[in-house]
Design a protein around this ligand. Structure first.
Ligand SMILES: [Zn+2]
Length: 541
């Protein structure tokens, strides 16, 4: 077992990815998260490349990180100035971080065609920059850019570059697969050859252009690297960096290395989600270990087996990385999925129970019609209770009408909805409301009709509304599926509606969403005060 130090560069390399940008506030939140889950180094940015990175280094000092060391990133000095006169190095020192990481050229092609200096001059640049920083900073990390490409082109020269950095006092030499084009064996070969330069420690920095960044990082650790650089969710230039959300559990749970504590590992899924959220990118469901689908079971046989013993189809306990097992409701699922779901909803069913078949038949029939309950668990829960002949409906629709009006081209259209319902005591409410769209008008009119009976509906909000056209029909005749996400202060829930008519589909999802709120509140109340709740439920029905 080796202690592996994790080096996160989400805030620097990660932000070089297409579509990823963080505000200063976001960067601080990410840093806090990384510290909480046991990351040893946090590369905060490139001071001098943009003002936001400079502000970050000032603000991060106030965060009081528990264990993580903050690193500033930059490049070696320019060829024609001394280290002391180099603006880049000066800005790195101004960041006042305990760690400075500098990247230097180690591929002769870059020295010749990009820097356009002699090979010796580049060795001087490396030695000089590292030595200068090492006198002024606690820890200096040298990133050997294009190490593996350079090694294949001119191994002697590439190793000479590493030796220059090691002799000048670099604490860690990080071998970079900057273009992401290397195979695992080439990574092993590179590390083995580098072992001779007399470094204190080696690190690895891989890019994912061959979908091998994680595998290559593991190969490097097997060959002796003790620092692994990467980003949360693999964010990074082009195809990204090594994904720490996979690297960490692989090293720790599969290879027996020590990266973070078991408690810190449990925060991984949450960190992954928060970083997606801050980057405003939809989380990748199928992401290994931390994705929503990583422990989701759909096939009936699988579901039956994981219920008996989750090891049958799960390679680790999902909770070890903060994830959870999910059983999907789908047309593939059998009796065991229904029983599993029922248990989640507090219903004790047995696979032999005739009610299970009733639910299953109903789900199959609805799924054929285009319903889908992944993302609409609240609708499914209501359906299940109804199939068991429980009363879950609190009101009855008598009629609705929705109209849209647009009087000239420059004016926004206006929607108006009229709703007539029968409340729980038989009273009829007839309301009208306007909205900035048909669903909005319908929602307002319905709430207006229902709040006299159920004042708690005021605390409920519609959070998201998605319309999806289903294949099958032709053009405007196609069936649509509407998914609505609603929430109140105690949680969120999803509901679904399907119809060739978008208003009708929206209505179904809207009604389910309101019914679910009422049902959920009753369930919570009965949990809080079991004796009283029974009485109040009776009074209502
Ligand atoms: Zn990189």
């Amino acid at each position: 077992m080796t202690r592996i130090h994790l080096y996160d560069t989400t805030l620097r390399d990660g932000t070089q990815a297409e579509d990823v940008a963080f505000t200063l506030e976001d960067k601080l939140r990410v840093a806090q998260q990384l510290d909480d889950c046991g990351i040893r180094y946090i590369e905060g940015g490139w001071p001098g490349s943009n003002p936001r990175d400079e502000e970050f280094f000032v603000a991060v000092r106030k965060l009081k990180l528990k264990r993580a060391r903050v690193a500033a990133f930059g490049s070696t000095r320019r060829a024609n100035v001394t280290a002391a006169d180099d603006l880049n190095l000066r800005q790195l020192l101004k960041a006042e971080t305990p760690v400075v990481t500098i990247v230097g050229k180690t591929w002769d092609l870059h020295v010749r065609d990009d820097l356009r200096i002699s090979k010796q001059a580049n060795l001087d640049v490396i030695a000089d920059s590292v030595a200068y920083l090492k006198q002024r900073v606690d820890e200096v990390i040298f990133d050997a850019e294009h190490f593996f490409d350079g090694f294949r082109a001119d191994n002697e020269y590439t190793l000479a570059c590493l030796k220059a950095a090691a002799d000048a006092g670099a604490d860690v030499l990080v071998l970079c697969d900057t273009r992401g084009g290397s195979m695992p064996q080439q990574i092993r070969d590179g590390l083995q050859a580098a072992a001779g330069v007399g470094a204190k420690a080696f690190g690895i920095h891989c890019h994912n252009d061959c979908e091998l960044a994680v595998a290559n990082s593991l190969a490097a650790v097997e060959a002796g690297a003790t620092q692994v650089q990467g980003t949360i969710n693999g964010f990074g230039e082009r195809c990204g960096n090594a994904n720490l959300c996979s690297v960490i559990p692989n090293l720790q749970l599969k290879l027996g290395h020590e990266c973070v504590s078991a408690e810190e590992l449990k925060k991984l899924a949450a960190v992954s989600r928060i970083v997606y959220e801050l980057a405003n990118i939809e989380p990748y469901k199928r992401q290994a270990y931390v994705g929503d689908s990583a422990f989701a079971h759909k096939g009936g046989l699988h579901v039956a087996a994981v219920q008996k013993n989750s090891e049958t189809y799960e390679h680790i306990t999902p909770e070890a990385v903060g994830n959870r097992q999910r059983v999907l409701v789908s047309d593939l699922s059998g009796r065991s999925s229904v029983v599993y779901k029922a248990k989640q909803f507090g219903l004790d069913l047995d696979t032999a129970d005739p009610a299970v078949k009733t639910v299953l038949d109903k789900v199959k029939q609805l799924e054929n019609a285009g319903f889908q309950y992944e993302g609409a668990e609240a609708s499914f829960e209501l359906l299940m209770h109804e199939a068991l002949h429980e009363k879950v409906r609190h009101f009855r629709l008598m009629a609705f009408r929705v109209s849209d009006e647009k009087n000239n081209e420059s004016e926004a259209p206006l929607s108006e909805a009229t709703v007539m319902i029968e409340g729980p005591d038989g009273r009829v409410e007839h309301t009208v409301a306007q909205g900035n769209g048909p669903l909005n008008a319908l929602d307002r009119a319905l709430r207006k009709a229902l709040t006299p009976f159920f004042p708690q509906l005021e605390a409920m909000e519609l959070l998201d509304y998605k319309v999806r056209v289903l294949g099958g029909g032709e053009g405007t005749e196609a069936t649509v599926r509407v998914l609505i996400e609603s929430g109140d202060k105690s949680g969120k829930w999803g509901t679904v509606g399907v119809s060739p008519n978008v208003i009708e589909a929206s209505w179904q999802a809207l009604v389910d969403s309101i019914e679910y709120k009422l049902y959920k509140d009753e369930k919570e109340a009965s949990k809080a005060a079991p004796a009283e709740a029974g009485a109040s439920l009776q009074a209502k029905t």
